[in-house]
Design a protein around this ligand. Structure first.
Ligand code: G3P
Length: 221
């Protein structure tokens, strides 16, 4: 499973890329707004220059014609743009038009298998089921990821599943077990993924054992 970062924060994106584990970024209008009143185009172009993979950038229009016009403009900003389009009727029409123009569309705000089936039929490159938001309303968010992955696999469809609205590390584990191609994670969750108290205790114990016998002499002079 590939790991994308779900943020528009440049510092966090740079750190994730420096760690060598991030193969894409997803943003949305809420995440961009968290960065204050920014030059949207300049910010997205900078993210695209840092990230070695697709950068999902969401349209703001709610009618298909506006979505299509925005998407056509956004795709001129960088080679690695993917355009996020919501799972609405208008979004479906926009996705079909854009997919035929070879625009990589990430169909977002997906909350049902029916929406995912239509996204795949329209030619979406990615579909993003929102796991955490389904959990929030008492549903089993990850079951949707399981169902979409099974569906795409059964019919051998090329749309890739991005498990989104990831809230904690257990979501990452279950997304990988579900066969999600990608999980897009908040920076905080990325940092939590590497943490384990036994690793920290082990590192301390190795250093203590070494120092007891060898003093603080290291391998390097
Ligand atoms: O990738 C979608 C994500 O940004 C939504 O997450 O936590 O706002 O539900 P959340």
């Amino acid at each position: 499973m590939q790991i994308f970062l779900d943020t528009a924060n440049l510092e966090h994106i740079r750190h994730g890329v420096d760690l060598g584990v991030i193969s894409g970024v997803t943003t949305n209008p809420s995440l961009v707004s968290k960065e204050g009143k920014v030059d949207y185009k300049a910010l997205v172009k900078e993210i695209c220059a840092i990230v070695p993979g697709p950068v999902s950038t969401e349209v703001l229009s709610q009618e298909s014609a506006g979505m299509i016009a925005e998407a056509r403009e956004i795709t001129t900003w960088a080679e690695n743009i993917a355009v996020k389009i919501p799972s609405t009727l208008e979004g479906l029409e926009a996705t079909s038009v854009l997919a035929r123009e070879n625009v990589r569309v990430n169909v977002t705000l997906c909350f049902s298998l029916n929406q995912a089936m239509l996204a795949a039929a329209a030619g979406a490159a990615f579909v993003s089921p929102f796991v955490g938001r389904l959990d929030d309303i008492g549903e089993e968010g990850m079951q949707l990821v399981v169902d979409i992955v099974d569906y795409l696999r059964y019919y051998d469809l090329p749309t890739r599943v991005i498990a989104a609205s990831i809230r904690h590390t257990s979501h990452c584990l279950s997304a990988s077990k579900a066969g999600a191609h990608i999980a897009t994670v908040p920076y905080k969750v990325l940092l939590q993924m590497i943490e384990h108290p036994l690793t920290d205790a082990g590192v301390r114990r190795f250093a203590d054992d070494w120092n007891k016998v060898m003093g603080d002499s290291g391998i390097l002079p």
